[in-house]
Design a protein around this ligand. Structure first.
Ligand code: ADP
Ligand code: MG
Length: 350
């Protein structure tokens, strides 16, 4: 079929030590049939999704069960594929995408804990080695912080890059670095460098990364077979295809408390709320039947501009909603699940 559902997947993380120690109740349960059950004093709701991963699910199970491997194969086939993790701060978005971040190059994370990103990289490079002419791979890594786009791969102090639009390219970031890579070590290294840049560019480490959206995009070009002597495509060879695989670690979706001040915090909060709202708005408009569809307001935020191509009909999107099982997170958990349910109805024809 040429219709592709933006499949939402839910991952429930285990209770953390702190949560267990202070006696938080588990209010989220999964029955193993694609449903999530939220039951607390005044709530008893069941949601259905294409896949639900409970606290016991391994990183490998999430990779295999979410359809991530197929997404990698579609990117090799020339499609624009996007996976995005969303949910409140501390719900496991970064863990799901990257695993626990390595402390340094000499102390990498245990292989079993690697996230969707590293597993996808391995899958891409395996495929590249197994097909004769290989794949041409390159990566860009950006973050959107306070509605400014910054390059996480370029050395030196972070500076804002302009986001532009052209008829041929659609929305694109001017002067963004796009680095070629050929090995798993090289891409793992770029991921680590970029993530460290994201983490250390703020005074309070955790706050910055939970207040910014990070987008890592792999460009996959399959080379048409070329004979070394003539340098022309062999008769019958496939034309070259160009796909992308984009990983989006969204800013924490929790409502930031109104501080009443006009300080830095409330500017940040407004920007996050605005871009997540814009994303939700685009998704719910896309969920309407084709005939009733209005103009999709991608221009409302930098995030939706950068995601326009993958959301809007030429791409395939995998959403991973991350939630905490704790009673203390109940209202955020419900809002994440509602947000994910809305995205369930979006279909596109890549
Ligand atoms: P977020 O990126 O959504 O803010 P993190 O990925 O940083 O959240 O996760 C918060 C904490 O919970 C981290 O200490 C992380 O290691 C832990 N954690 C998250 N998901 C899991 C999981 N599935 N299994 C074990 N620990 C997890
Ligand atoms: Mg995070």
């Amino acid at each position: 079929s040429d219709t592709c559902v933006h499949a939402p997947t839910v991952r429930v993380r285990p209770l953390t030590c702190t949560e267990t120690r202070r006696g938080d109740q588990r209010v989220v349960h999964s029955l193993g049939d694609g449903t999530v059950h939220v039951s607390a004093a005044r709530h008893d709701v069941t949601f259905g999704f294409s896949a639900v991963f409970d606290a016991g699910a391994s990183q490998e199970a999430v990779f295999e069960g979410s359809g991530m491997r197929q997404l990698v194969e579609l990117a090799i086939d020339g499609f624009s594929c996007t996976v995005f993790a969303f949910g409140q701060t501390g719900s496991g978005k970064t863990y799901t995408l990257m695993g626990p971040l390595a402390q340094s190059e000499t102390r990498p994370a245990a292989p079993g804990l690697l996230g969707l990103m590293q597993r996808s990289f391995a899958c891409l490079l395996e495929q590249s080695q197994s097909c004769g002419s290989g794949l041409a791979l390159s990566v860009s890594y950006l973050e959107i912080y306070n509605e400014q786009v910054r390059d996480l791969l370029s050395p030196g102090p972070p500076c804002a890059l302009p986001l532009r639009w052209s008829k041929t390219r659609g929305f694109y970031v001017e002067n963004q670095l796009n680095v070629d890579f050929e090995s798993l070590e090289a891409i793992a290294d770029l991921l680590l460098q970029g993530s460290q840049r994201r983490r250390t560019s703020a005074h309070t480490l955790n706050r910055h990364s939970s207040r910014s959206h990070a987008l890592l995009t792999i460009h996959v070009r399959s080379r048409a077979s070329i004979t070394p002597t003539t340098r022309v495509p062999q008769p019958g060879a496939c034309p070259s295809k160009q796909g992308t695989l984009c990983f989006v670690d969204l800013a924490g979706s929790e409502r930031v408390k109104e501080t009443g001040s006009s300080g830095e915090l409330s500017v940040e909060a407004n920007n996050i709320n605005r871009s997540l709202l814009a994303l939700g708005h685009c998704i719910s408009l896309l969920a309407k039947p084709q005939g009733k569809r209005m103009h999709i307001p991608y221009r409302d935020s930098k995030l939706t501009r950068l995601l326009a191509r993958s959301l809007g009909g030429s791409g395939i999107t995998l959403m991973v909603a991350c939630i905490s099982p704790s009673s203390r997170c109940l209202s955020e958990t419900l809002s994440t699940l509602h947000y994910a349910s809305r995205a369930r109805r979006v279909t596109t024809r890549p």
